[in-house]
Each structure stands twice: as structure tokens, then as C-alpha cells.
Ligand binder design. Structure first.
Ligand SMILES: Cc1cc2nc3c(=O)[nH]c(=O)nc-3n(C[C@H](O)[C@H](O)[C@H](O)COP(=O)(O)O)c2cc1C
Length: 236
């Protein structure tokens, strides 16, 4: 079987999570694996559409997809979220449709379930066959019992693909809300006294709903809050 690994640690090959994926590969050598370090290469993938399209072609040709990632700050790494956004932005979602998939993470089990629920919801949005997740503690690979559990999980995944096991969806798709926010002047203004209020945004369109909501919100204060647009900051 052809298995694509979408790896989410910005550490790439040296990442702890990657060693779990490599362990599965080593113990299941009959399958063909295509590993993509999507988080480490996110800047290249954003700029170079061909590189991104190559990954999507691999996904299209695959039998199964493994989402492997570490938990960083209660969630998946930001680069991984960006990759997931690119899937929708570049119209690549259909390559994922009905593909069998699982998620594997390493962490210290602090809000790992938040990250896993997110990936589960992403898979449901992509109409994939989500067969489950394995949330390993970062040192599990050093323990024989935990190595066995990891391999059993991999076996379950290969079995699900081979036998076309029926997978259930967990999350409803988000309903698009096409409302038009009507901008009105506030009837009264809040005094923030000596408190400094900052609005952080990544919105570039003042005419959009969120743009108008920011305008309405900031004009509700006697002392206008500072609006900081993340797109204007040079974040390395
Ligand atoms: C910046 C940072 C944030 C982290 N945040 C969490 C967290 O919120 N929850 C958790 O369980 N582990 C957290 N961890 C631990 C990592 O998930 C763990 O070390 C993981 O094995 C790293 O995998 P990687 O080497 O594949 O990137 C964090 C680690 C770092 C470096």
C-alpha cells in the first residue's frame, strides 16, 4: 500500500514524532511510504505552487494518509495549520476525499486532545475515512509495551484500509454565515480609564464584516484602542 505521511513538526527529520513514524515504517517494510515535511517546508510550499501540487499528487495516488505532529502550545504547530489552510485555498481538498487516515502525535499529554479533535474535524471536513488517533507520550518509544501499542495502532490502520472499514464522522461541517454586518455609530462610549486596549487582527479588508466589526468596536471607546495588524509585522 502507498502511505503518505504529512509531518507537522517544524523540526523535520530530527523531530521526536518522526521517530515514531520511522518505527512504524521499519516494522512494516512491505508498504511504500512518502514522507512530506510540510511544516518544516511551509515557506517553500506557500511560495512554490509546484512543490505543493507534488504533495497533493502523492495524496491522490495514496491508499492512506498519516497526520503526524507534535502538540505545541495546546494545539498543532502553526505551520501545520497553514498547510491545512492551503489545502482549501488551492482547491486541493478533493484529493483527500474518502482516503483512509489516522493521526499520530507526541506530547506530554497536555491538551493533546484539543489538537487531535482539530485534526479529526479537518479530516471530517475533507470527507476522509478517519480511523482514529494515537497520542504518544514523547518517551513512549523507549518502552516495549508502548512500542507494541504503537504497532498495534499501525496494524489497525492497515487493516482498516485493506478491509474498507466503515468510519464514522464526529464533527459537523461549519455552516457558512453570509450575513452582512451593518456599521452603526455606538450610542455610548466606554471609558477604559488608565487601561490600554489593543486589537490584534490579521484582517486586511476594512470593508469586510470583521473589518467593520473592528471599526465598530474601537469607536466604542472614549480613548480609541490601537489596532495592530499582524500582516504589517515582520515576524521571523
Ligand atoms: C514550544 C513547545 C510547546 C509545547 N507545548 C506542548 C503542549 O501544549 N502540550 C503538550 O502536551 N506538549 C507540549 N510540548 C511538548 C512536545 O509536544 C513534545 O516535546 C513533542 O514530543 C515534540 O515533538 P517533535 O520533536 O516531533 O516536534 C511543547 C513543546 C514545545 C517545544
Amino acid at each position: 500500500m502507498k502511505i503518505v505521511i504529512l509531518h507537522g513538526s517544524p523540526k523535520g527529520e530530527k523531530s521526536v514524532t518522526m521517530q515514531y513514524v520511522k518505527f512504524i515504517q521499519k516494522k512494516n517494510p512491505d508498504h511504500e511510504y512518502m514522507v512530506h515535511n510540510v511544516s518544516k517546508r511551509i515557506k517553500q510550499l506557500e511560495k512554490n505552487h509546484r512543490l505543493f501540487a507534488d504533495i497533493i499528487e502523492d495524496i491522490d495516488a495514496s491508499d492512506g494518509i498519516i497526520w503526524s505532529f507534535p502538540v505545541y502550545t495546546y494545539f498543532v504547530p502553526a505551520q501545520y495549520i497553514k498547510f491545512i489552510e492551503l489545502i482549501q485555498e488551492r482547491g486541493a481538498a478533493k484529493a483527500f476525499k474518502h482516503k483512509y487516515t489516522v493521526a499520530i502525535s507526541t506530547s506530554i499529554h497536555f491538551y493533546d486532545y484539543t489538537a487531535h479533535r482539530y485534526i479529526n474535524a479537518v479530516c471530517d471536513d475533507l470527507d476522509m475515512n478517519y480511523a482514529g488517533f494515537h497520542s504518544a507520550e514523547m518517551d513512549d518509544l523507549l518502552n516495549a509495551g508502548d512500542r507494541k501499542t504503537l504497532l498495534q495502532f499501525a496494524d489497525m490502520f492497515f487493516y482498516a484500509i485493506k478491509n474498507k472499514v466503515h468510519c464514522l464522522k464526529k464533527f459537523q461541517p461549519l455552516q457558512q454565515n453570509n450575513f452582512d454586518f451593518r456599521l452603526e455609530e455606538p450610542t455610548r462610549q466606554v471609558d477604559s480609564n488608565d487601561k490600554k486596549v489593543i486589537v490584534l487582527t490579521d484582517n486586511d479588508d476594512p470593508g469586510s464584516n470583521i473589518g467593520k466589526m473592528i471599526q465598530r468596536f474601537t469607536s466604542s471607546f472614549k480613548k480609541k484602542p490601537t489596532v495592530i495588524n499582524l500582516n504589517t509585522i515582520d515576524i521571523k
